[in-house]
Design a protein around this ligand. Structure first.
Ligand SMILES: [Zn+2]
Length: 268
């Protein structure tokens, strides 16, 4: 009997220890976040399958988000039907693509220089597999977006125009990190280029913004030609925790980045 009580006591102590460890220990040496804090904080995110994935691998997730936090914040701005960059947003490091070994359909196309290394590396890698990536659209200023949107409203009416084009300030193209491959139409989905990008773009930090079947999430019908650079650290995170859907990640990050940043320990 005494032995039984002792065994029971040891078991109880063990359970207590496990509970202490899982709820109060910090999850990652570079953050002051405990399991309990993380649970409490992200439970409101409206995609339980995503929060479950994060909570199943919290240490790996924090390692990943630490790398994402270190990226230029504009790479991760949420720009969609609800969130505008504003009229004044214009990147300072736009470069004409003519100066690089990048095929384009127009001479005037520009993108941020900070992404051009990864872009040219991706295009060269594709070329080695006989995949010819041509860029048909890149940075679009606020003023240009206003002209394009005005044109579509005239042609299609406002409701349909909103599905085809973004209201000025609401286009990812204003970031200078977003591009469209040629041809910009539904036939692109059937090309080898599209297939190659679906397989490999994320290895170079490029992410498909408006995937097939997610119009209710992104606000846009499938755009197989439209890719946004978010950095390799981010594409890895999107694939591992966010079901490959950029919009889910950007919504999460815009809501929770401050929590992770505030609890990141200062480097000494
Ligand atoms: Zn586009």
């Amino acid at each position: 009997m005494l032995r039984l009580i002792r065994i029971f006591g040891i078991l109880l102590f063990g359970v207590f220890l496990i509970m202490m460890c899982t709820s109060e220990t910090v999850l990652h040496p570079d953050f002051t976040i405990t399991d309990k804090m993380l649970n409490e904080y992200i439970k409101e995110f409206p995609h339980p399958d995503i929060t479950e994935k994060i909570l199943a691998n919290p240490k790996e997730f924090l390692e990943s988000i630490k790398a994402v936090i270190a990226l230029p914040p504009e790479f991760l701005f949420l720009v969609d039907k609800q969130h505008s960059l504003g009229e004044a947003y214009e990147p300072e490091d736009l470069e004409n693509l003519q100066h690089y070994s990048i095929k384009t359909t127009k001479k005037s196309l520009t993108l941020r220089s900070v992404i051009l290394d990864d872009l040219t590396t991706m295009i060269d890698a594709a070329k080695k597999e006989n995949i010819d990536l041509v860029i048909a659209s890149a940075y679009r200023s606020y003023t240009y977006q206003a002209q394009v949107y005005g044109y579509w409203v005239k042609q299609l009416g406002e409701e349909q125009a909103d599905r085809e084009s973004a209201k000025p300030g609401h286009s990812q193209h204003q970031l200078g990190t977003t591009l469209d491959f040629y041809p910009i139409d539904d036939s692109f989905a059937q090309t080898d280029e599209s297939e190659w990008l679906l397989m490999h773009a994320s290895d170079y930090g490029f992410s498909l913004s408006y995937p097939e079947g997610y119009e209710d999430v992104t606000g846009y019908k499938y755009e197989p030609w439209h890719y946004r650079y978010v950095g390799k650290e981010t594409t890895q995170m999107i694939d591992s925790y966010f079901m490959g859907i950029q919009q889910f990640f950007l919504e999460f990050y815009s809501g929770y980045a401050d929590f992770f940043k505030t609890h990141l320990k200062e480097k000494t």
